[in-house]
Design a protein around this ligand. Structure first.
Ligand code: UDP
Length: 248
């Protein structure tokens, strides 16, 4: 395996799959199976879960709710997704899964304690980080990078919904858009390619933490990325940009 310890960033959309609603059982079960397969192959897996399938802080204005309150709701959404994932993992035979929240919820989850998270990973437990940083005004992208650095993960596996990597333009509106197979952080930032928050890319660049962007619902993608195959887009400090030559 190319990596010993990874942090998977799961967008809330991955829990919805192709359904119109917030959740799709098949999509969640598939995610759980992928995570179990990864962990069974000896990779230590931490996961930062998003909440966009339920609520995002940026809906504050539309809902006429104060931004900080909207962010609190968004963070609670990530907790709901985390508990659903823990439920699916344990129902499908995962060894041990711990949910750690940045906002204390003593009777349901463990508080986030860095050294304890590392201990869990060393024992082969899957660790789910919920509620981001516990602070408003960010999405879960930045905390994904922050926690990955804290627990010394070697890579972020960014499982996206609706895209399978970083494109030169929006593939939904621009037919000339091409997927990068590799690209550097500096290029992503200077070209303004927004697959994750810029602040997250900057933090990852400053700490030399590569990010592998791929489609959450593509079976086996996570595993293949860890086996060293070219999947989606690999963003790192050293990468020079290369395009996918396969027709879309
Ligand atoms: N959020 C927050 N602080 C954090 C992480 C998340 O306030 O540290 C809130 C924010 O409102 C965000 C929401 O939680 O929009 C859900 O997370 P995110 O938008 O990242 O979900 P995703 O897009 O990954 O599904």
């Amino acid at each position: 395996m190319r990596y010993k310890r990874v942090l998977v960033k799961l967008s809330g959309g991955a829990f919805a799959g192709k359904s119109e609603g917030s959740f799709d059982k098949d999509a969640v079960d598939q995610l759980a199976d992928e995570i179990i397969a990864l962990s069974s192959s000896g990779v230590e897996v931490a996961i930062m879960v998003g909440g966009g399938n339920i609520f995002r802080g940026r809906l504050a204005e539309q809902w006429n709710i104060e931004r900080v309150e909207a962010d609190n709701i968004g963070m609670m959404a990530t907790v709901i997704n985390s508990l659903i994932l823990r439920g699916a993992l344990s129902a499908r035979g995962a060894d041990e899964t711990r949910v750690m929240t940045a906002i204390p919820m003593a009777s349901i989850t463990e508080p986030y304690i860095r050294l304890r998270a590392i201990k869990h990973l060393e024992k082969g437990y899957t660790v789910i980080f919920a509620a981001g940083t516990g602070q408003p005004f960010v999405t879960t992208d930045y905390p994904a990078v922050q926690r990955a650095i804290e627990i010394r993960a070697e890579v972020i596996l960014a499982a996206k919904q609706g895209t399978d990597g970083v494109y030169s333009a929006d593939p939904k509106t621009d037919p000339t858009a091409t997927r990068y197979t590799t690209i550097s952080f500096d290029e992503v930032l200077s070209l303004g390619l927004n697959v994750m928050d810029q602040s997250a890319f900057m933090l990852a660049r400053d700490h030399d933490l590569p990010i592998h962007v791929f489609n959450a619902n593509e079976p086996g993608a996570m595993q293949r990325a860890c086996e060293g195959e070219s999947v989606g887009t690999y963003v790192s400090s050293a990468s020079s940009s290369a395009y996918d030559s396969a027709p879309r």
